[in-house]
Write a protein that binds this ligand. Structure first.
Ligand code: G3P
Ligand code: CA
Length: 417
């Protein structure tokens, strides 16, 4: 079990320490009083456009312990909050700067970046959101929430770690030990970048993001200065989770987006989870009503490969209530925030199923569901409320992990559509 970041975890090494009770008004979860923390991945990105003020404000309102986000450099050396190294997916750069493909973030000045809309791609109601600077983000968050700041792609943002250090030195209110209810944590896939931060700001906890948990020899070295390890939940094995905990570091996997995965991760002894749906995770941790079936309809299954019946890729919704449910204009989001809207006029009878076609039925680049590692789905009503979450994990060799989603596989008839 790790200690709280505010107790200088970066300097702690060796066997697991006793849990340190946290302050604040949030009650412990139901696992023997151990506190598991909620990290809002790119803000509350299942409910609002990632890495925008809307997503961060929502994460705070939903009770997240930390906001996780990504920082890069603009062409004129400003620190800006965006995940992808290009602007194409999450802004209207293709339209505003049509002659400047491939729209790399670091090719645009801050003034140019500020001309872009960073919310309309997600849903029309979020038009007008803009790319934030790091300073704007810090001002927005204040001391209402912790911050897990990822140095995104230092290889294509040379000088990023040094720039972040310089900026944080001018924001002592964010890095002074004990100055905040929850600290600033700096994360990266890039160990060298983390080293640079740790050397210059030894009081700031750092987190190593990875796909797999590092080998034991390397893990022992990391334990001397790394606060937490952030592995991909879909590749995390119980024995690897135990190695992180036994080495004395916090275990905070990404991106964990369904009740089944949350419970599975809790059983592994995680210290926190990075999720696109912090509200639903917080509800689960606090023993409140689960999201599943909140509006009478659940995601029964996702067929991420062509199932051989000609249906192509699709999701199956089930009405688990005793009333017909009109799901017209409801929508599904995958983990990458792509959206598929259910057409108008679809009413699922009690106990009935609806097949929602989501892709061409191939595993190619145009497939909606991820067939390499697995994916997650959020089912939203037309008003945006989340009513179910579903995740699947694809193991090496291509087998879908069913143990983490123990739901009965339905017959394919009768399907409404
Ligand atoms: O914090 C880990 C997670 O954010 C890494 O994935 O691609 O969302 O930055 P990504
Ligand atoms: Ca990130």
């Amino acid at each position: 079990m790790h200690t709280s970041p505010s107790s200088r975890p970066g300097l702690r090494a060796g066997p697991a320490a006793a849990p340190v009770p946290r302050g604040g008004s949030t009650p412990p979860d139901s696992r023997g009083g151990r506190r598991v923390e909620t990290y809002a991945h790119r803000g509350s990105s299942g409910m609002a456009p990632e890495n925008t003020a809307a997503a961060f404000a929502r994460a705070i309102a939903e009770g997240a312990d930390y906001v996780e986000t990504d920082v890069q450099l603009s062409a004129d050396g400003e620190l800006v909050i965006i995940h992808d190294v290009t602007l194409a997916r999450t802004t209207d750069a293709r339209r505003v700067f049509a002659d400047r493909p491939p729209w790399n973030v670091h090719d645009f000045t801050l003034a140019e970046l500020k001309k872009l809309d960073a919310g309309g791609w997600y849903a029309a109601e979020f038009s007008g959101q803009h790319i934030l600077t790091l300073d704007e983000l810090l001002d927005l968050l204040g001391d209402r929430v912790g911050l897990n700041l990822e140095l995104k792609s230092p290889a294509v943002n040379p000088g990023l770690a040094q720039a972040v250090v310089a900026r944080l030195r001018r924001r002592r209110d964010w890095i002074a030990p004990g100055a905040r209810p929850r600290p600033l944590i700096v994360g990266s896939f890039d160990e060298q970048a983390l080293r640079e931060v740790h050397t210059r700001l030894p009081d700031v906890p750092v987190s190593l993001i990875s796909y797999d948990v590092p080998a034991s020899g390397r893990l022992a070295d990391l334990a001397g200065w790394i606060f937490s390890v952030n592995p991909d939940i879909r590749r995390l094995r119980p024995e690897d989770a135990a190695r992180v905990t036994e080495a004395g570091m916090a275990l905070v996997p990404w991106t964990v987006d369904s009740p089944e995965l949350w419970r599975w991760a809790l059983d592994l002894g995680v210290d926190g989870m990075i999720t696109n749906y912090p509200s639903a995770l917080t509800d689960l941790l606090h023993g409140r009503a689960p999201v599943r079936g909140a509006a009478g309809v659940v995601i029964e299954d996702i067929r991420h490969r062509s199932p051989g019946d000609g249906a192509g890729e699709h999701a199956v919704l089930r009405n688990v209530s005793d009333q017909p449910v009109d799901v017209g204009s409801w929508y599904l989001r995958n983990q990458a925030s792509d959206r598929i809207v259910v057409g108008d006029g679809h009413v699922i009878p009690p106990g009935g199923l609806l097949r929602v076609h989501t892709g061409p039925g191939t595993d190619g680049a145009t497939a909606f569901w991820n067939s390499t590692h697995g994916d997650s789905a959020g089912l939203h009503r037309a008003d945006g409320a989340i009513v179910d979450l579903y995740a699947y994990v694809i193991r090496a060799g291509g087998d879908t992990e069913k143990g983490r989603r123990p739901r009965r596989r339905p017959p394919l008839d009768p399907l409404v559509s």
